[in-house]
Design a protein around this ligand. Sequence first.
Ligand SMILES: [Zn+2]
Ligand SMILES: [Zn+2]
Length: 134
Amino acid sequence: MTRIERTGHCLCGAVRFTARGEPKWVAHCHCESCRRATSAGFATYVGYRADAVAWTGEAPRQYHSSPGVTRSFCGNCGSPMSFAGDRWPGEIHLFAASFDAPGALKPDAHVYVEEQLPWVRLDDGLPRIEKNPQ
Ligand SMILES: [Zn+2]
Ligand SMILES: [Zn+2]
């Protein structure tokens, strides 16, 4: 049996990760917090069991963006690296864009679309969820 393993890294390459197995889900988040955390129109997350992801290279720095929410980033280049929240126990959410092969990931849905920016136009036919994906 072949074990799937995906790798990724921040912009400068100091922070690296390896994710084992298939992700639990892949979703585009349109909420304001994720837009601010990434300075982007929306953020595409890849959800894994926390124990399936190993940091290699430098450990990312952590920041609590709201109670129960931990975001991490590269202390050198500032690339956002992960999200973990009490509402998703045992999970870590990586960013699709930091994978070495982001094109191989298949998004499942859009979440928090009630906060989607009016100039973001997406016609991918994926499910659109108003708020929380769960
Ligand atoms: Zn970096
Ligand atoms: Zn969000």
